[in-house]
Design a protein around this ligand. Structure first.
Ligand SMILES: NC(=O)c1ccc[n+]([C@@H]2O[C@H](COP(=O)([O-])OP(=O)(O)OC[C@H]3O[C@@H](n4cnc5c(N)ncnc54)[C@H](OP(=O)(O)O)[C@@H]3O)[C@@H](O)[C@H]2O)c1
Length: 242
């Protein structure tokens, strides 16, 4: 892998992430929030319905490396239905590495759901770990092996209030949001996103997959600054700051 910006030269995922300490940038009233997305060149969020085939193994390494630098990882219900997440830090060596950084041994998984229509048979709900769901539904979740905490909002989830809850009640200093596009649009519109990690895969997909990154209107254009740009085998890894 090479770094194109700043200071061009050879690098690696671990070298890039070594000094990355998002938990030190927590806001008083909410966590520091970074988004992570992978996109095809034609701006699609999926290949055959899921995001995994978009990026390379290096993209997977970047995602895994990022996850282990955040207190919590958040996704919307649409992403959970499509991607069926499992436990994020099951391996003992991952947990130890997190603890050495002063992070909880595994990230809290945060779900945002309107209807509580979730794939309850996904391994996230049976593998242990910690799950927190913000929902606008009054339905009761089924019994699960994984401990699931539910926070209810009226009408829809108020994301600003949810972020404040995470900071106050769970001491979440840094939150990585992995999508999807509907949730991202609302977080940007509410001014809650500090950084965007974007993998641009040298692939065209076409088809009718969801648009990558943003689905929904932003009231005004959000200007971003390019913090780094990395390249490997034609795949670009960009990091933008608000
Ligand atoms: N390429 C990538 O990096 C990437 C990343 C993530 C996802 N994806 C893909 O994107 C697709 C999913 O897109 P999406 O935009 O539908 O996903 P999403 O943003 O994860 O989920 C949308 C759903 O989240 C819930 N939600 C969002 N904001 C809410 C609020 N304020 N209050 C209550 N509920 C709220 C609603 O759930 P209910 O339906 O329960 O009401 C809504 O239908 C999948 O195909 C996935 O594979 C790709």
């Amino acid at each position: 892998m090479r770094r194109l910006l700043p200071d061009p030269g050879p690098t690696s995922v671990s070298e890039q992430l070594d000094g990355y300490r998002p938990w030190e940038q927590a806001h008083a009233e909410r966590p520091f929030l970074a988004m992570n997305f992978a996109t095809t060149l034609d701006g699609r969020a999926t290949i055959e319905g899921v995001s995994g085939p978009i990026g390379s193994e290096t993209d997977t390494a970047m995602l895994a490396g990022l996850r282990n630098r955040f207190d919590a990882v958040m996704i919307g219900a649409g992403t959970m239905r499509a991607e069926r997440y499992g436990r994020l830090a099951a391996k003992p060596e991952t947990r130890e590495r997190r603890e050495r950084l002063g992070l909880p041994s595994e990230p809290l998984t945060v779900l945002i759901s309107g209807r509580l229509d979730l794939p309850w048979d996904a391994s996230l709900f049976s593998d242990g770990g910690r799950v927190l769901i913000f929902t606008a539904s009054e339905a009761e979740p089924p019994e699960t092996e994984t401990r699931v905490e539910v926070v209810r909002h009226e009408g829809r989830v108020d994301l600003t209030a949810a972020m404040a809850h995470l900071r106050r009640e769970h001491d979440t200093r840094a939150l990585l949001c992995e999508g999807g596009p509907h949730l991202h649009a609302q977080l940007q519109a509410a001014g809650l996103v500090d950084e965007l990690f974007l993998t641009i895969a040298p692939k065209l997909n076409g088809g009718d997959g969801p648009p990558s990154l943003i689905e929904g209107e932003l009231e005004k254009v959000v200007d971003l600054e390019l913090a780094w740009l990395l390249e490997e085998s034609g795949e670009l890894f960009a990091r933008y700051r608000r």
